[in-house]
Design a binder for this molecule. Structure first.
Ligand SMILES: [Fe+2]
Length: 459
């Protein structure tokens, strides 16, 4: 076991907080819209104990932070997610598991990995599920952020569950995949609106790849075989488990939503990395995919660095895959680096006009830094930007539709913003139509940087 090495992800506003709080009726600068009723929720890594060995940002125990909007104002709450691993380490009083920057401890009697439930949410069956891409979901109650338990489709789930399943806003189906470093490397599944798992099919790949996201249209799904590979044999020889192998190129597999591996149509593209898609939709013979495309990646930092270049930041890019001709194209939509793209939840899998994404800025230590928001209008092909201000860093922006709205962008954008000089956090609410500030909810506590959020209406 190596001695713990200082990690940038344990200092500044990446450092964990240790109090679980309920803070009602927070100070608000500006005016909260009366129609804004519900909860903004965001999850992220917040390690309960000092790490065993080197720490990677993805390792920390999931903690949820919520700001709920009611008639009496804005209210903050935060809770760790009570996963099995969290409870075991709480009882033990120290970390049991090592993280991604260390070789997995295959001899650990508690299992080689801890499901940290720290990555993203999906709302299904009236529950909020916290997701982690190498294990099942954990259901939460939004009102008190208590952990209700593990959700694995009644035991029918046989593969890791992506942190980015897609909920069809029309049919209620949940479409998802999973990946692993062992054959078949990828699985594809669909559950119906009642939560019944309809099927799971293997998607056999040549090698394991990190597949953080995928996309769906109203009729098809798109899996991404990108060259951030996972090789156990390389690790056994002393190399990194994950490495960037651009010579492999990239492949996008399009299959009917209820199809199987035999029906996948593969489209080869130059090497790229995509962590997050914005949306996809059917357009005649073509499938359109919008995603934040990177030329390369260095996701695991120095320990796994292979080309000495590092991440170059995603850029909003439109791919088109022609199912009749087999041709494909890609088009850069906006030159500003960005990631964590989102669309109106009712447009998911259907044509969308607007994409919102976190604007990426350079950072001194290589940690991701989102200093603003980008709104891209696919009808005018124009991008608008709003910055959080000097020394202020935000995160993924979540779109909350105005109840009864007709315009796709009639609603609000929200994210936690951290002021580095003041060491203070707030929730910023913008008009999604013109990116003008609407309100700032002042938090008397620091909210560490995290991953994905969601809007739960009407709580
Ligand atoms: Fe993600």
């Amino acid at each position: 076991m190596n001695a713990p090495t200082p990690s940038p992800y344990l200092s500044g506003n990446f450092a964990p907080v240790h109090d679980e709080l309920d803070l009602p009726e927070l100070e608000v600068i500006g005016a909260l819209p009366p129609a804004l009723r519900g909860a903004f929720v965001r999850v992220g890594p917040n390690p309960q104990h000092p790490p065993r060995g080197r720490y990677h940002w993805f390792d920390g125990d999931g903690m949820v932070h919520s700001v709920t909007f009611t008639a009496s104002g804005a209210h903050y709450k935060n809770r760790w997610i009570r996963t099995e691993g969290f409870l075991k380490e709480q009882a033990r009083g120290e970390a049991i598991w090592t993280g991604l920057a260390e070789p997995p401890d295959l001899m650990n009697p508690d299992g080689a990995f801890k499901n940290v439930a720290n990555t993203a949410f999906v709302q299904v069956q009236g529950e909020l599920w916290a997701l982690w891409e190498a294990g099942p979901a954990h259901a939460l109650r939004v009102s008190d952020l208590s952990t209700l338990g593990v959700r694995d489709f009644g035991g029918a789930l046989t593969h890791p569950l992506t942190a980015h399943p897609k909920l069809d806003p029309v049919t209620g189906e949940l479409i998802f995949f999973g990946y692993a470093p062992l054959p078949p490397y990828c699985w594809y599944s669909v559950a119906d609106a009642t939560g019944q798992l309809l099927f799971t099919h293997e998607v056999n790949l040549d090698v394991g790849v990190m597949m953080h996201d995928f996309a769906v249209t109203a009729t098809r799904s798109i899996v991404m075989d990108l060259p951030l590979t996972m090789r156990l044999d390389r690790m056994m020889e002393g190399g990194p488990m994950m490495a960037w192998e651009p010579e492999r190129g990239a492949r996008f597999g399009v299959l009917p939503r209820h199809g199987d591996e035999s029906q996948i149509q593969w489209f080869a593209r130059p090497a790229c990395m995509i962590f997050h898609t914005a949306n996809a939709y059917d357009d005649g013979d073509e499938v359109v995919l919008d995603a934040c495309r990177m030329d390369r990646t260095d996701v695991l930092g120095g320990a796994e660095k292979t080309d000495g270049e590092g991440d170059d930041g995603g850029r909003l890019t439109r791919f088109r895959f022609n199912l009749k001709t087999g041709a494909s194209t890609e088009e850069l939509l906006h030159p500003t680096p960005c990631d964590f793209p989102r669309v109106h939840p009712a447009r998911l899998s259907r044509p969308h006009r607007f994409t919102y994404a976190g604007r990426l800025a350079p950072s001194d230590d290589g940690t991701p830094r989102m200093d603003g928001v980008i709104k891209f209008d696919h009808q005018t092909n124009q991008g608008a930007e709003h910055g959080w201000g000097p020394g202020r860093v935000g995160g993924e922006v979540v779109f909350a539709p105005r109840p009864g709205a007709e315009a796709e962008d009639d609603g609000w954008l929200m994210t936690f913003v951290y002021d580095e000089a003041q060491s203070a956090s707030e929730l910023v609410v913008l008009s999604a139509q013109d990116l003008s500030p609407v309100a700032r909810v002042i938090l008397p506590v620091r909210v560490p940087y995290g991953f994905h959020g969601d809007w739960v209406p009407g709580v």
